[in-house]
Design a protein around this ligand. Structure first.
Ligand SMILES: [Zn+2]
Length: 293
């Protein structure tokens, strides 16, 4: 069962008056539903992956960078690996490798820390100013959004406040998903940022998310002293996999390995982790890879 009345997913950013803060929200309800359907996620896995997807979208789109950002959590808990990525046009995708235990009913924000466990968060940016950037920080709580806020402060030196979550009805059907990111100038300590944190509790965020399904009204409701949106962008699930990319990945195996496959008539079968599309590579295609190189 799916919700069907929600607005399209999107991003909105604004300035916060009288401060140097930038604020942004994303709504990721349709993206989260796509992730649930494609990867058969239960509620805890959906929450963890949705928080990661919302945070990935917020970090990348608020930065205004061209290219893609990928965030990956590798951990010792049952979820094992979570991955989300987005390009600068708001096209995003993700996957979760492990299976989470069923949710324990609880009021307010649902914890995912036990399903995530100890681990590390990696961020990959492509292209970065220097070509390609990769940084890793340890998880501090396993709640995903708190870990990514920690990453912003530690790795990017940007004081940040990040809340990402999803709301489900009593039957476990997704109602809304989204996130809020408020950032100050790099290397500053901001009372204004801490005042936003004090005012916008996880419970207040969930209540507001439940009532708002479009980015601009959500931003206005969460941060009442924000300006009109300075930037808005639709967000949608999209997988960038293609036969060309699959062949490109095979090319990285090297000529000797490719020749071995040709000699043994092995025709590789590759499934996309994000959309599960199945690629069967033929010997003729393998020959074409050896011919051009
Ligand atoms: Zn794909």
């Amino acid at each position: 069962m799916k919700h069907s009345d929600a607005a399209a997913d999107g991003f909105a950013a604004a300035h916060v008056s009288q401060t140097r803060l930038s604020a942004a929200v994303v709504t990721t309800t349709a993206v989260t539903q796509e992730l649930i359907d494609r990867h058969q996620l239960n509620q805890v896995a959906a929450l963890a992956l949705s928080r990661l997807a919302s945070a990935t979208a917020l970090l990348h789109l608020l930065s205004g960078r061209i290219g893609t950002l990928s965030l990956q959590v590798i951990s010792k808990g049952p979820l094992r690996q979570l991955f989300a990525d987005i390009d600068h046009e708001g096209r995003m995708r993700g996957y979760c490798i492990g299976k989470a235990p069923p949710v324990i009913p609880q009021a307010g924000r649902i914890t995912v820390a036990a399903a995530v466990g100890e681990g590390a968060l990696s961020a990959l940016r492509h292209p970065a100013p220097e070509g390609f950037s990769h940084s890793t920080t340890e998880l501090i709580t396993g709640e995903i959004d708190q870990d990514i806020e920690h990453f912003c402060r530690q790795s990017e030196q940007i004081p940040s406040f990040l809340l990402c979550d999803a709301v489900f009805d009593d039957a476990g059907v997704l109602m809304r998903a989204g996130g809020l990111l408020v950032q100050d100038l790099p290397d500053t300590r901001s009372d204004a940022l801490e005042a936003v944190r004090d005012r916008c509790t996880p419970e207040a965020f969930l209540r507001t998310l439940r009532a708002c399904d479009a980015p601009a009204p959500l931003l206005q409701a969460l941060i009442p002293d924000s300006s009109a949106p300075t930037r808005q962008l639709p967000i949608a699930w999209h997988c960038r996999c293609s036969r060309e990319r699959v062949l490109g990945a095979l090319l990285t195996l090297g000529q000797a390995e490719l020749q071995d496959m040709i000699d043994s008539r092995e025709e590789p079968q590759i499934d996309c982790d994000f959309c599960q599309k199945h690629y069967q590579v033929t010997t003729a295609e393998l020959l074409s890879l050896t011919a051009v190189n």
